[in-house]
Design a protein around this ligand. Structure first.
Ligand code: C2E
Ligand code: CA
Ligand code: CA
Ligand code: CA
Length: 281
């Protein structure tokens, strides 16, 4: 139809237009979402593979849109990054997750080591207010920095090269923990990985999906584990859904796992039940 002249192009334009409008519309809604209290923090457990005990949670944002229902972060986080709205949204997540973890620590004094992980986008990492904001959040929540982990994607860590490394080093000086998220999806060289001041690698779930039934995937994960351990880093495997994957990863010496096998991301109230259910055994 496009080659048939004006009409075809008009259709094409209208389609583009509608998509642009939809995005603009969503962006306007996103601007108001914070003040309207439409975000909610969900929590997904991270377990120690040795005994599948709970060690902490990853905080994941959800947007409860008044007309469209629950919108996945896969849809609105890119929009939030492009528009810069990720900065206030990220600040809200950090405040919410730290305050929540502090409340759990006070409510469950026998579980003092539980940690919370918060995702940090590239835009936040390079924002000049990041460090003072994090210090303020820790002070106001009363959470000790060693119970806060920041997840930085491999691509965000590489985007700004030396600058990102400096910022990560400054974050480490506040004594919180750093995780390299989605590891394996970027192209960081081994020497670069060595220079990153991170404590933990999170292996992307695309490598876990077939770890139990494809030799190539198993070798790949095994190589990452060897490398991480040689560099003195611990490893979290994302997207563990099957007992066969869990058994294999445990056998390979991975420290931690996260995935639907243990729990989907849940509300704070449901996460609290998971803490209660995680008894000594
Ligand atoms: P991510 O950081 O890699 O988070 C893990 C994603 O994998 C989550 O998706 C989680 O629900 C999903 N997942 C966990 N276990 C499994 C499993 O066993 N199977 C499958 N199929 N999926 C699993 P979610 O919550 O939809 O978040 C998607 C992405 O959105 C996150 O990927 C992260 O990049 C971004 N995101 C979420 N919350 C935040 C936030 O507060 N700040 C920033 N900057 N990004 C966020
Ligand atoms: Ca993450
Ligand atoms: Ca991830
Ligand atoms: Ca991911």
């Amino acid at each position: 139809a496009k080659t048939q002249g004006g009409g075809g192009y008009a259709m094409f334009d209208r389609g583009m237009h509608e998509e642009a409008l939809r995005r603009l519309d969503l962006e306007l809604d996103l601007r108001r979402a914070l003040e309207r209290n439409q975000f909610e923090a969900y929590y997904q457990p991270i377990v120690r593979l040795r005994d599948t005990r709970l060690v902490g949670f990853e905080a994941l944002v959800r947007w409860n849109h008044p007309d469209r229902g629950l919108i996945s972060p896969a849809e609105f986080i890119p929009l939030a990054e492009d528009s810069g709205l990720i900065v206030p949204i990220g600040r809200w997540m950090l405040d919410t997750a730290c305050a929540q973890m502090r409340r759990w620590q006070l409510a469950f004094p026998r579980r003092p080591a539980l940690t919370v992980s918060v995702n940090l986008s590239a835009r936040q990492l390079t924002h000049p207010d990041l460090l003072p904001e994090i210090r303020r959040t820790l002070r106001e929540s009363g959470l000790s920095p060693r119970h806060l982990k920041l997840e930085i994607t491999e691509s965000a860590a590489m985007e700004d090269g030396d600058r990102a490394i400096e910022l990560m080093a400054a974050l480490k000086r506040t004594r919180l923990k750093l995780m390299l998220d989605d590891f394996g999806t970027g192209y960081s060289s081994l020497s670069y990985l060595h220079r990153l001041p991170i404590d933990t690698l999170k292996v992307d779930r695309s490598f876990i999906r077939h770890v139990h039934d494809r030799a190539a995937d198993r070798s790949f994960v095994e190589t990452i584990l060897n490398l991480a351990h040689k560099l003195g880093r611990e490893v979290v495997c994302e997207g563990v859904e099957l007992p066969a994957q869990e058994a294999l990863l445990r056998g390979l010496g991975a420290e931690f796992a996260q995935g639907f096998l243990y729990s989907r991301p849940v509300t704070a109230a449901q996460a609290e039940m998971l803490i209660i259910d995680d008894r000594e055994n």
